[in-house]
Design a binder for this molecule. Structure first.
Ligand code: FES
Length: 151
C-alpha cells in the first residue's frame, strides 16, 4: 500500500512558487522525501491528491483517481516495465506517457467476442489514459502545475 505523508499535509509551503501563483497548486512537496520506483501520495492543497513516481530522472505525477472507473491509484503497483497498474481492474498505464498499455478485460472478453463479434468493437482505440501534470523543482521543493504535461 502506498504511503500517505501526513507531514506534507500539515507543512505549509515554504518559498514562493517559481512563477505566477495561479499556475501552481498551493502546496509543494519535498523531492528528497520521495521513494524511488514506488507510488508516493502527495496532497497539493485544494483537495487535490496526486501520485508521484520517481521514474529514472523524471517525476511522473498523476491525479490519484484512475480514469477508468475512479480506482485509487494510491494503491497502484509500479511495474518493472515502467507501468502503473490500477488495483481495481488491472489496467496498466505507461508511466512515461500515461497511455493505456494493457486492459485485462480484453483477454477476459475474448470468448464473448468470438461468440458475438457484433457486440464488440476491437478496433476501437482505448479511451483511457493518465494525464501527467507538469512540475518545476526549486531546491528540494516540487511545485506542481495545474496544466498537463506533454509526453
Ligand atoms: S478503476 Fe482503474 S482499472 Fe478500473
Amino acid at each position: 500500500m502506498a504511503e500517505v505523508s501526513t507531514r506534507d499535509a500539515a507543512r505549509p509551503a515554504s518559498g514562493p512558487p517559481p512563477g505566477p501563483p495561479e499556475t501552481f497548486y498551493p502546496r509543494p512537496f519535498e523531492l528528497s522525501g520521495l521513494r524511488r520506483g514506488a507510488v508516493n501520495v502527495r496532497d497539493l492543497g485544494e483537495d487535490v491528491q496526486v501520485v508521484v513516481v520517481h521514474d529514472r530522472d523524471a517525476l511522473r505525477i498523476f491525479r490519484e483517481i484512475c480514469p477508468h472507473m475512479g480506482g485509487p491509484l494510491s494503491e497502484a503497483a509500479v511495474g518493472s516495465d515502467g507501468t502503473l497498474e490500477c488495483p481495481w481492474h488491472g489496467y496498466r498505464f505507461r508511466l512515461a506517457t500515461g497511455q493505456l498499455v494493457d486492459n485485462p478485460n480484453v483477454r477476459i472478453m475474448d470468448e464473448l467476442r468470438r461468440r458475438a463479434p457484433e457486440c464488440f468493437r476491437p478496433d476501437e482505440a482505448p479511451r483511457y489514459a493518465l494525464a501527467a501534470l507538469s512540475y518545476q523543482v526549486v531546491g528540494d521543493l516540487v511545485y506542481v502545475e495545474r496544466k498537463r504535461s506533454r509526453p
